[in-house]
Design a protein around this ligand. Structure first.
Ligand SMILES: Cc1cc2nc3c(=O)[nH]c(=O)nc-3n(C[C@H](O)[C@H](O)[C@H](O)COP(=O)(O)O)c2cc1C
Length: 168
């Protein structure tokens, strides 16, 4: 085992490598301002509180999508299904036409874009946000939520998309 120095930040390469051991579900956060849809792929989604119902994600301060999402009165967390790896990649690609063909989506309540064929939709109003390191912690109050499929979630692990295989 290498020497551990308490109180000092781990080196970035090792930090990234260790984080890659953590398998995560994949979401696309969407919102709309001035009639223009915006969205980005995230694995940092998490539940925060049950009463009140709160969820969160972290967005990179350098994101070009966040300034538009931030203006939306509501955002949707689209929880992706196992066959939506291409969609996840499209919503992570800078400059991609994310809502053009072949993306399937429809405007939901307040015009918030809802992506098609997802495992679930979680509708949120902005609750709070906090600058933290090089990211922004975004907390949403869940106003409505729908689940369509619990069977085959999309996962991200070691830089690759994959599916969950349950024991038994
Ligand atoms: C699997 C995966 C997970 C990601 N998770 C996050 C995340 O949690 N937060 C974030 O800010 N960016 C995350 N990204 C990167 C953004 O999707 C991407 O950098 C962003 O959409 C770039 O475009 P933008 O400038 O339009 O934001 C992730 C990318 C991938 C492929």
């Amino acid at each position: 085992m290498t020497e551990m120095l308490p109180g000092r930040a781990v080196d970035p390469a090792r930090f990234r490598r260790v984080l890659s051991a953590h398998a995560a579900g994949v979401v696309i956060v969407t919102g709309q301002t001035d009639g223009i849809p915006a969205g980005l792929t995230a694995t940092s989604f998490s539940s925060v509180s049950l009463e009140p119902p709160l969820v969160c994600f972290y967005v990179d301060r350098n994101s070009t999508t966040w300034p538009r999402l931030r203006e939306a009165d509501q955002f949707a967390v689209n929880i992706l299904a196992g066959d939506q790896a291409e969609l996840a990649a499209r919503f992570a690609r800078p400059g991609a036409d994310r809502f053009g063909e072949p993306t399937r989506w429809r405007p939901g309540p307040l015009g918030t874009p809802l992506l098609g064929d997802t495992a679930a939709h979680v509708l949120c109003t902005p609750h709070s946000s906090l600058d933290i390191g090089d990211h922004i912690l975004v907390v949403g109050l869940v106003t409505d939520a729908f689940v369509y499929s619990l069977d085959h979630p999309l996962l991200y692990h070691r830089g690759r998309f994959g599916r969950f295989t349950p024991h038994g």
